[in-house]
Design a binder for this molecule. Structure first.
Ligand code: NAD
Ligand code: MG
Length: 396
């Protein structure tokens, strides 16, 4: 039986994780669940899974949760609050598996804590890896943690890689990775109308239902950019070894191109419960609740190269990984700030890439030799993004 901590249990990945866990109650014990502030959903999850700990960031919200649990007679659940409590539950000795499903930089320290302690880390929180890159992978290698990718593309690549390949080390029989991308909701809208795209249009993904931030990242293709960086780190590849292929149907989740000319792909319906179940059951497999893929319904699979004029964020991510050091952390933080401002109606869609470009020019890369250095780059990039956004003409 595995003992699980789900960081970000109330989000899209968190909910799908608990759905899979519910199908295999005999195989998992839920030790800790965490949320930012969605106390209602966290309460429901506590009722369903009876964890030992529940974490919310805000202490007032924690009091609300405590009162609800007391009223429901669930006195065995201990409620903790604050960002430190995330690290605390991810580090518990009785937890052997941590699902890292917090969105953004907020997930870095608890995810890293689990990796340092050699736990099985199911990595959805790509921003944590992008920010801390080689430092994170060094901790994984040192501690012997099992790092299993949840991002559908990286999970697909993992499934297609040679069985003996090690985290962060290049498999010599692999020529390159073909990282598939749906192209998001804006693949075919006229280029000149991109600046008028609204948050509602940007988050209306054609194939996947996801949290708001990653949905905007999919519309700008920054999501694919972050995934290029993630792939380089997880599989020990150079940026030019990772080729983005736009595949609008989202049926092939990525491919591995071998030196002998073989190309292995993983296919499935676009439902995150497949990669989640794969990682939860690994190295076995079990049922995920996902419908079987019907090839006669799919009928055709299309592929095209990405258009970097339409999706400048993808080019910026390649620049960041080539520059290395703190640049991926600068890119990620600027993107988080720009996306949050876009979702709040503060900046237009096209200002997202402008903000990131500005921060990357303003804050040259320095070697990322400590987590403190990475966090400092993140902080400075947020400041630079905030000043840049404030300098833009008002949209009202
Ligand atoms: P979401 O917004 O639906 O959920 C995010 C979770 O993180 C919630 O539980 C929220 O309470 C928590 N959270 C947010 N801010 C926090 C903070 N400051 N401190 C503590 N907790 C906080 O996001 P999601 O779509 O589930 O994505 C989660 C991660 O998984 C992201 O890194 C995303 O890129 C990655 N991912 C998601 C999908 C998907 O299909 N949703 C696919 C691949 C990768
Ligand atoms: Mg993905």
């Amino acid at each position: 039986m595995r003992s699980l901590c789900v960081l970000g249990s109330t989000g899209s990945i968190g909910v799908s994780t608990l759905d899979v866990v519910s199908r295999h109650r005999d195989k998992f014990r839920v030790i800790a669940l965490t949320a930012n502030n969605n106390v209602d959903r966290l309460f429901e999850q506590c009722v369903a899974h009876q964890p030992r700990y529940a974490v919310v960031i805000d202490s007032d919200q924690a009091s609300v949760l405590r009162a609800c649990l007391r009223e429901a007679g669930l006195t065995a659940v201990e409620v903790l609050s604050g960002a430190d409590a995330l690290e605390q539950v991810a580090s518990l000795p009785q937890v052997d598996t941590v699902m890292a499903a917090i969105v953004g930089a907020a997930g870095l320290l608890p995810t890293l804590a689990a990796a340092r302690l050699g736990k099985r880390v199911l990595l959805a929180n790509k921003e944590a890896l992008v920010m801390s890159g080689p430092l994170f992978m060094a901790e994984v290698r040192r501690s012997g943690a099992e790092l299993l990718p949840i991002d559908s593309e990286h999970n697909a690549i993992f499934q297609c890689m040679p069985a003996d390949c090690r985290a962060g080390e290049r498999a010599h029989s692999v020529r390159k990775i073909l990282l598939t991308a749906s192209g998001g909701p804006l693949l075919n809208v006229p280029l000149e109308s991109l600046r008028h795209v609204t948050p509602a249009q940007a988050i209306a993904h054609p194939n996947w239902v996801m949290g708001r931030k990653i949905s905007v990242d999919s519309a700008t293709m920054m999501n694919k950019g972050l995934e290029v960086i993630e792939a380089c780190l997880l599989f020990g590849l150079e940026p030019h070894d990772v080729k983005v292929v736009v595949h609008p149907q989202s049926v092939i989740h990525s491919m591995v191109d071998y030196v002998d000319g073989s190309v292995l792909a993983q296919l499935g319906n676009p439902d995150m419960r497949t990669p989640i179940a794969h990682a939860l059951a690994w190295p076995e497999r079990f049922e995920s609740g996902v419908e079987p893929l019907d090839m006669f319904q799919v009928k055709r699979l299309d592929f095209q190269p990405p258009d970097l004029d339409r999706f400048p964020c993808l080019g910026l991510a390649y620049d960041a990984v080539r520059e290395g050091g703190t640049m991926p952390a600068v890119l990620n933080a600027a993107n988080e700030m720009a996306v949050a401002s876009f979702l709040d109606g503060g900046i237009g869609f096209d200002a997202i890439s402008d903000t990131i470009r500005h921060c990357m020019e303003f804050l040259p890369a320095v070697p990322a030799d400590s987590i403190e250095g990475v966090l400092e780059a993140d902080r400075r990039s947020r400041e630079a993004a905030s000043s840049y956004i404030a300098s833009l003409p008002s949209r009202n």
